[in-house]
Design a protein around this ligand. Structure first.
Ligand code: 7JE
Ligand code: MG
Length: 206
């Protein structure tokens, strides 16, 4: 995938990096990027929220990191957590090829360890937008952890990938029934396939 980016994408052009990855995943080898269809929904949410602070849980190869960072205002900050060093190494190069390293802080480590340190380590008060795309059984515990650490404010947006496939049943049940969130489901398809999947957008009500 990285070779395809370096071969087919233009340095400093995030859209060409996204296109190169999508082409590679359609033509050569499927990979678990959010993909072009759900990616358009992600883009519209990022544009609507226009966040100053973003947390991404699960960098993988940096595809969604590039999509989000390319839409951020100049002073905005995106922190993305990746616990797998091999994925982190690839993502770092993909983000650099897109020319977005100044907007992105790629942190190697597990969400459960780093969420409690966000304020002290990165001077973050609260996140305007959180994109959840890591282990599906971590969505719920990490959301509760972000609440406990005071990282969400009235109006913070959570956007969760894969709420249908592979699925995040405990997270969906919690977020859709909690009086502290207003949720909306965006029906789509699993990246590069015709299988149903979707994104759940939730507003924290405080
Ligand atoms: C704790 N912590 N903190 C940071 C952090 C970062 C990671 C890694 O980035 C990582 C590694 C492996 C798996 C994931 C989750 N993603 C998925 O499992 C997924 C699956 C599919 C799918 C769907 C259908 C299939 F048939 C097969 C795979 C489609 C998708 O879009 C996915 O996101 C994330 C992990 C834990 C982490
Ligand atoms: Mg995903």
């Amino acid at each position: 995938m990285l070779a395809a980016v370096q071969k087919n994408a233009t340095r400093g052009d995030p859209r060409s990096v996204v296109k190169a990855i999508d082409q590679f995943c359609r033509q050569k080898e499927w990979a678990m990027n959010v993909g072009d269809e759900k990616g358009c929904i992600l883009d519209s949410v990022v544009t609507e929220v226009n966040p100053a602070t973003v947390l991404e849980l699960g960098t993988y190869c940096g595809y969604s990191t590039v999509r989000i960072a390319s839409l951020l205002p100049s002073n905005a900050k995106l922190i993305t957590l990746e616990f797998n060093p091999d994925y982190a190494a690839i993502a770092c190069q993909v983000i650099a090829w897109a020319g977005l390293e100044d907007k992105v802080q790629l942190v190697e480590g597990a969400s459960g360890d780093w969420i409690p340190k966000m304020k002290e380590k990165f001077g973050i008060e609260t996140f305007d937008l959180v994109f959840l795309d890591h282990w599906k059984d971590r969505y719920l515990p990490d959301t509760k952890l972000m609440e406990e650490c005071g990282l969400l404010r009235k109006g913070s947006i959570l956007l969760a990938d894969n709420v249908i496939c592979p699925g995040t049943p405990d997270y969906l049940e919690y977020i859709r029934n909690s009086p502290r969130y207003k949720s909306q489901y965006f029906k789509s398809h699993l990246e590069y396939t015709k299988v149903e999947d979707g994104l759940e957008k939730s507003v924290f009500l405080g």
